[in-house]
Design a protein around this ligand. Structure first.
Ligand code: HEC
Length: 134
């Protein structure tokens, strides 16, 4: 076979592989799915000093967080910035909040971030399981 035929063949094989990778990217999740059980442990150790699910501490309680307006737990003393942010918590926003709260809501008062993307995904998966206690 002539050299330029080989080049043409290997080029189309490369395009095919790139195409597959592209499809996997479209079909797959936007970020690695977290594990709620691991997330609960990470929550206890990293967030538990300031937050709990049912009680306000240094930070507000987290029961019913997904779907809740940011800065809206009655009686908790939020920063004016978070109260006025107009955000409604969902998984994507929590991911951004835990990456860098100050970038998401300048003027907020939570001095804590989670740098590890896998740990963030686990914590967000856990937070998504918290329902308002009856
Ligand atoms: C050093 C204490 C501290 C730690 C540690 C901390 N937080 Fe916070 N958190 C706060 C404070 C204070 C606020 C309120 C911020 C404001 O009013 O601007 C807050 C607010 C929040 C909010 C917004 C809640 C609402 O009602 O709008 C979320 C969500 C949150 N924290 C999640 C977490 C998670 C998840 C962790 C662990 C990875 C964590 N926080 C660790 C202090 C902390």
């Amino acid at each position: 076979m002539r050299a330029d035929t080989w080049r043409a063949l290997s080029f189309s094989a490369g395009t095919f592989v790139l195409g597959l990778v592209g499809w996997a990217g479209l079909i797959g999740p936007a970020w690695p799915a977290g594990d709620p059980a691991r997330g609960e442990q990470a929550y206890e150790s990293r967030c538990g000093g300031c937050h709990s699910v049912r009680e306000d501490r240094v930070g507000p309680r987290h029961a019913g967080l997904i779907g809740r307006r940011a800065g809206s737990v009655p009686g908790f003393d939020y920063s004016p910035a978070l109260r006025a942010s107009g955000l409604v918590w969902d998984a994507a926003l929590l991911e951004r909040w835990l990456t860098d709260p100050q970038a998401l809501v300048p003027g907020q008062r939570m001095g804590f971030r989670v740098g590890d993307a896998a740990v963030r995904a686990d914590i967000v998966a856990y937070l998504a399981t918290l329902r308002e206690p009856r």
